[in-house]
Design a protein around this ligand. Structure first.
Ligand code: SF4
Length: 207
């Protein structure tokens, strides 16, 4: 059974697939933070803006592979080929080949947003890695590298040598968001390998 925080249809707001309609499947749990505020400061990842604890979100619950794909189909509700974004938390704690294959059999394109600390050894159509300083990055290739900026420990010149199609800097959403955005813009102007990723869904008030 998969433990799912929430499932909902929305517009992808970040990165290279921005603007695309997708069903987001948010898995419960992460390996870099418990999700509890009391553990935030002592965690490897301490800037998370997502609630991935429990199964109490919209359409959240425990699902078998079949029941999860059936729920995703109900939510997609279109004859057009579907697009699923598996996210979290850290989706690779639970996502497996059985689920990906069943999604593909049901005419869905699959994508993952991962922190890149767990090897992916099956075929997902779109891999977006958002590395976190202080963790061991093992997924070093994919479609999109999305670095939340700034993370002072990161050497961006080294990161752009990893094997991705797109390299994004995404301003960290914190009290310093305005300054982080200015700094990310300056960095992209200086080194145009990096593109700016703005969390458009937050600006538009979309979930
Ligand atoms: S790795 Fe991602 S999901 Fe996990 S705590 Fe960090 S930002 Fe949140």
């Amino acid at each position: 059974m998969y433990s799912i925080k929430e499932i909902y249809k929305t517009i992808q707001g970040e990165g290279a697939q921005s603007g695309r309609t997708a069903v987001f499947v948010r898995f419960t749990g992460c390996n870099l933070w418990s999700g509890k505020e009391k553990h935030r400061e002592s965690s490897i990842c301490n800037f998370c803006d997502t609630d991935f604890v429990g199964t109490d979100g919209i359409n959240g619950g425990k699902y078998s592979c079949k029941s999860l794909v059936s729920k995703i189909k109900d939510i997609w509700q279109s004859k057009e080929r579907g697009y699923i974004v598996f996210t979290g938390g850290e989706p690779m704690l639970q996502l497996d080949e059985e689920l990906i294959l069943l999604c593909k059999e049901n005419n869905f394109e699959t994508a993952i947003e991962t922190n890149g600390t767990i090897k992916i050894d099956f075929d997902i159509d779109w891999i977006c890695v958002s590395p976190k300083a202080g963790s061991d990055l093992v997924v070093k290739n994919g479609n999109e590298l999305k670095v939340v900026f700034p993370q002072s420990e990161f050497n961006l010149d080294m990161m752009k040598k990893l094997s991705f199609e797109h390299y994004f800097l995404q301003p960290m959403d914190s009290k310093e968001i305005d300054q982080n955005t200015k700094n990310a813009i300056s960095y992209c102007l200086k080194d145009p390998v990096w593109k700016l990723s703005i969390q458009q869904h937050k600006l538009l008030g979309i979930d």
